[in-house]
Design a protein around this ligand. Sequence first.
Ligand code: CAA
Length: 392
Amino acid sequence: MTPVDTAVSGGVSFALTDEQKELRALAREFAAKEIRPAAAEHDVTMRHPADVIAKAHGVGLMNLHVPAEYGGLGLNAFDGTLVGEELNWGCTGIGTSIGANGLGAGPVIIAGSDEQKARWLPPLLESPILCSFGLSEPDAGSDVARLKTTAVRRGDEYVLNGSKTFITNAGYADWTVVFAKTDPSKGHRGISAFIVPMDAPGVTIEQHLDKMGQRATDTSAFALQDVVVPTANRLGEEGGGFKLAMQTLDFTRPGTAIGAVGVAQAAYELAVDYAKERVTFDLPIAMHQGVNFMIADMATEIEAARLLTWQAAWMLDQGERATLYSSFAKRFAADTAMKVTTDAVQVFGGYGYMKEYPVEKLMRDAKLFQIYEGTSQIQRLVIAKEIFMPRG
Ligand code: CAA
């Protein structure tokens, strides 16, 4: 199975342009040559893949959505999915390390003033520096409104105090968009967003967290103790941080969903190849219905996840509010990746459970898609709210 390239029917086109096919091929080649060979070592050691990130930066596979006027490619969300699937087909840990600047820079692209964009975005294109998205806290992951980090205004500055955790790439980031309460009495309406340089006095990386999967990606916890940032670093209005976080996640969730499609596709391909080779009861196991039905379901569900993700990205590119479709895509693709990778281990049997074969890593990697950027349960909550309490 390959992604749909050319089918056109009933006025709805799934055709990729030649440029899009080239972009996808570039990402696939990079994933095959630079990511896959490095994946196992990073999985074992958790070494930060700075070298692969630098190469991805060099060939233009990072910071895809930075607008052209700030030196970026200005790719739309749909084209981003073409790149994201391939990088994550290579390795979701390394793919996430490369792609996470999209989440970090998202709030600046969405809400930054011209001055803020001109200051913070071009350096991302000039060298392979990282930025991150500082939303989650030890006591506020799914329930964003509960976050406790504070930002107290003092003249032309804010003083930030608090802790962040589970932050992708934070341990190696130049700057992080930190969400903090400027008015704790106002709940979600009291949250504001700030660009915080990670070398500012008072910022301490407390831990590079040791994860089950996607071990190539840095996931860090950091503390902010009396960290001073100028008011010029506040993104948008005071109190606008919660909505900015939600708008950013609306944009990035299809990018995460397509990462789940990438890992599922990788597991599927391995399962198909193995099923053709492995013989039991005098037949390749692909000839046994118990196996080939599993593989038929994998193929169907991967294609459905890809198309749902493409639709969410397409809606974003039309300027439509894509909250519902972004959550559809994230929920379905993440759960599909978990099921497909689990079934791929099953197809490999005892070998699948062994570290000597690649599918157990894919199963561990897939699990994170059901958790980060909003758990599968949070996606269902968003979907249910959109159905029963639409925001219009
Ligand atoms: N766009 C714009 N506005 C939105 C919005 C959206 N998508 N969703 C909600 N809002 C607005 C609402 O209209 C409402 O506005 P008013 O103030 O005018 O009333 C306000 O925001 C509050 O909305 P809710 O009442 O729906 O808020 P809630 O407290 O019930 O929570 C939630 C909503 C969807 C559960 C939210 O808390 C959420 O998304 N949680 C998951 C957070 C998440 O994904 N975290 C992942 C962190 S990033 C990460 O994982 C990456 C990494 O680095 C590891």
